[in-house]
Design a protein around this ligand. Structure first.
Ligand SMILES: *Cc1c(COP(=O)(O)O)cnc(C)c1O
Length: 394
């Protein structure tokens, strides 16, 4: 088949919910992907913040291939080896207590919501409430959509899950105004991704933590996009000196294998989900967990997080140069390798298309923001190449 035929086939047989870019990606190597016409792209999208290690990493591939040759699924009626290894590494990486593996970020959010509600229920609170943030994104299932602060995504699917109030991100007073006797959790992304790359204000996050402690409300931090080293700390909250009661992760957790997780701290693990409360057929299966386990090993061996921390000032400097030079860049925002250029007077779609023509993949976020979430293994040369191409496109 040729490129046009692949596109036509997918358009004919797949539900039209994505307006896809007009290329068919066939393979990837390092920080480059290649389409079916043989064109190469420097990838600053990384499958939406997924491919932290880049494509086709030999050690990662070997770990998966080895697991495929053993067993890829067991169900959770039995123990399996990779789940034990991956759960231990994940829990120890964030100093929390217990993990549960899911198949996606959305499902991690669902589990976090259920754990928080059960925690409240055990305290005698019925019909508990969750405070979520405006302009947030937590997924597309009915539960996750209900806590996603974006009317546009929600309106056609009402009635959604009840008991959700929306506060302004980075505004403590707005959160306080939402609190009631029934509040079981405050949910937010440590760095808002889809909403347009808005990092939490350090003072705000500390105050929210203190508020949660004072009222025994659970703080749920969604690290699905900003976690796994992206901000230059393994978990974005590490960089804030704040710990959540429940953490969700996915995207780079499996570096391409569909896997997510929610992680509970000791207090929450001790009094929330119990046998029979939650489950999944695929979640935590040996293939997905072999990926997670390998990712944690490789992160440690190669000090991936240290690399992000080291290169962040350079990335920020190059982006700041673009912002200074091009009046259409109103602001640069972000932490680590999760950066956004807020554009004004120039549609982000045009810049994305022009970049693609010139061999660079970038994506958008929120309201006309150019989003850069490259593989965490990019080097200075890749940053230079990205800057050169964006300079021409802006
Ligand atoms: C991507 C994302 C999700 C949803 O994850 P899926 O794997 O697409 O279900 C949830 N929260 C945040 C912050 C995300 O970036």
């Amino acid at each position: 088949m040729k490129t046009a035929e692949y596109k036509e086939t997918l358009d004919q047989y797949y539900v039209h919910v994505y307006n896809r870019f007009p290329i068919v990606l066939e393979k990837g190597n390092g920080v480059y992907v290649t389409d079916t016409d043989g064109k190469e792209y420097l990838d600053f999208a990384a499958g939406i913040a997924v491919f932290a290690l880049g494509y086709n990493d030999p050690e990662y591939n070997a770990a998966l291939t080895d697991q495929i040759g053993r067993i890829i699924h067991t169900s959770n009626l039995y123990y399996n080896i990779p789940a034990a290894e991956a759960a231990k590494k994940l829990v120890e990486s964030c100093g929390m207590s217990k993990a549960f593996f899911t198949n996606s970020g959305t499902e991690a959010i669902e589990g976090a919501i259920k754990a928080a509600r059960k925690y409240a229920w055990n305290k005698g609170i019925k019909d508990s409430e969750i405070i979520a943030m405006k302009d947030s994104f937590h997924g597309r299932s009915v539960g996750a959509l209900s806590v996603t602060g974006n009317e546009h995504y929600q309106e056609a699917f009402r009635p959604l899950m009840g008991g959700v109030k929306f506060a302004d991100f980075n505004d403590l007073e707005s959160i306080k105004a939402c609190i009631s006797e029934k509040t079981c959790a405050i949910l937010m992304e440590t760095v808002q991704g889809e909403g347009g790359i808005f990092p939490a204000d350090p003072a705000f996050l500390k105050e929210v933590r203190a508020l949660c402690d004072e009222k025994d409300i659970l703080l749920i931090l969604d690290e699905i996009q900003c976690g796994m080293g992206r901000t230059g700390d393994l978990w974005a909250f590490d960089g804030y000196g704040v710990k959540p009661d429940i953490m969700t992760c996915a995207k780079a957790l499996g570096c391409g294998v569909p896997v997510g997780a929610f992680v509970l701290n000791e207090k929450t693990a001790a009094s929330s989900l119990a046998p029979g409360d939650h489950g999944t057929t695929y979640g935590g299966n040996p293939l997905a967990c072999a990926a997670v386990s390998a990712v944690f090993d490789i992160f440690k061996e190669r000090d991936i997080v240290g690399h992000v921390k080291e290169l962040t000032p350079y990335l920020e400097q190059r982006l700041d140069e673009l912002a200074a030079k091009h009046p259409c860049v109103a602001a640069r925002r972000g932490r680590g390798f999760m950066q956004g250029l807020a554009l004004e007077g120039k549609p982000v779609g045009e810049v994305i298309a022009a970049a693609r023509e010139r061999g660079l993949l970038v994506i958008s976020a929120g309201n006309n923001v150019l989003r850069l979430v490259p593989p965490l293994v990019i080097e200075k040369e890749d940053i230079d190449q990205m800057t050169e191409i964006l300079d021409l496109c802006l």
